[in-house]
Design a binder for this molecule. Structure first.
Ligand code: NAD
Ligand code: UDP
Length: 277
């Protein structure tokens, strides 16, 4: 079997995928898709949970260590019979029986991922390894939320998925950029070596309700400055570009990727980009 990645490379699979749970194909009127969302208490994860919970065939399990996420983001689902919230750090093994894994756990904002860079690397590398081990044991399909940061300081614009990036391996952002690159490598190695069904999304700047006002990124900075009546400031004016995606569009993209046939990696963002003033 061979799967075509969106960058045109051929990722031959050595083994057929593990057999999924019989529940996944159940014809009975009962929830038959058990979905794990790591990092589901965070900004994008909690919106993804809201959308997945709309489908009565889904049971949703969130595993989150609440480093940047909060129970508040999920409060409308706590106590719901199709929902479960586990305080869990993905750097530790996790034993649950699921059919799909959306693996989002990782702080996304530089302020938080630089706070404990070694932990950020562990979350990306050991956390992704554990989720792949879980996917292998139970035959689940797994989607990784990677990032446009895998392109580093890109030398080509705009970046499509065939670009391999320009990343500093020893800089202060490397725990995140290189961590996500290793996470992608692990995904494709488990796919080729163990036949795991993988999906890799490279997410661009996402904004919307529940984003952290103090996360140090441009949208929240602008809003915070406007609310506080401060002048709007940007770093290195006129030199930076950003593509912004509304969170509900991001969630639709992630679900379509999970449900579709393409392994990725695939960029999810806005095809138009905005230059900093
Ligand atoms: P977020 O910080 O709001 O959410 C991350 C969640 O992961 C939080 O709930 C946090 O508590 C949890 N978490 C962190 N480390 C963990 C660990 N070791 N074990 C268990 N849970 C852990 O970030 P977000 O904006 O919702 O981002 C979600 C995913 O999307 C991340 O993987 C991020 O890298 C990726 N991403 C986001 C953006 C963006 O613009 N928001 C851009 C590119 C990629
Ligand atoms: N793992 C997990 N949950 C599972 C199965 C595995 O967290 O249900 C973890 C396991 O602890 C290991 C990692 O996933 O650290 C990789 O598992 P795999 O079986 O691929 O490798 P091995 O355990 O043989 O090194």
């Amino acid at each position: 079997m061979a799967k075509q990645a969106s960058n045109g490379e051929n990722h031959s699979v050595a083994k057929p995928p593990p057999t999924p749970s019989p529940l996944r194909f159940s014809k009975f009127f009962q929830p038959n898709m058990r979905i794990l969302v790591t990092g589901g208490a965070g900004f994008i994860g909690s919106h993804l949970v809201d959308k997945l919970m709309e489908n009565e065939k889904n049971e949703v399990i969130v595993a989150d260590n609440f480093f940047t996420g909060t129970k508040e983001n999920l409060k409308k689902w706590i106590g719901h019979p199709r929902f479960e919230l586990i305080r869990h750090d993905v750097t530790e093994p996790l034993l649950v029986e699921v059919d799909q894994i959306y693996h989002l756990a990782c702080p996304a904002s530089p302020i938080f991922y630089k706070y404990n860079p070694v932990k950020t690397i562990k979350t990306n590398v050991i956390g992704t390894l554990n989720m792949l081990g879980l996917a292998k044991r139970v035959g689940a399909r797994i989607l990784l939320t990677s990032t446009s940061e895998v392109y580093g300081d890109p030398l080509v614009h705009p970046q499509d998925e065939s670009y391999w990036g320009n990343v500093n391996p020893i800089g202060v952002r490397s725990c995140y950029d290189e961590g996500k690159r290793v996470a992608e490598t692990l995904m494709f190695d488990y796919h080729r070596q163990h036949g795991i069904e993988i999906r890799v999304a490279r997410i661009f700047n996402t904004y919307g309700p529940r984003m952290n006002i103090d996360d140090g990124r441009v949208v929240s900075n602008f809003i915070a400055q406007a609310v506080r009546g401060e002048p709007l400031t940007v770093q290195a004016p006129g030199t930076q570009t950003r593509s912004f995606c509304y969170v509900s569009d991001m969630v639709d993209g992630l679900i379509r990727l999970m449900e579709g046939e393409n392994t990725g990696p695939i960029n999810i963002g806005n095809p138009g980009y905005i230059r900093d003033p």
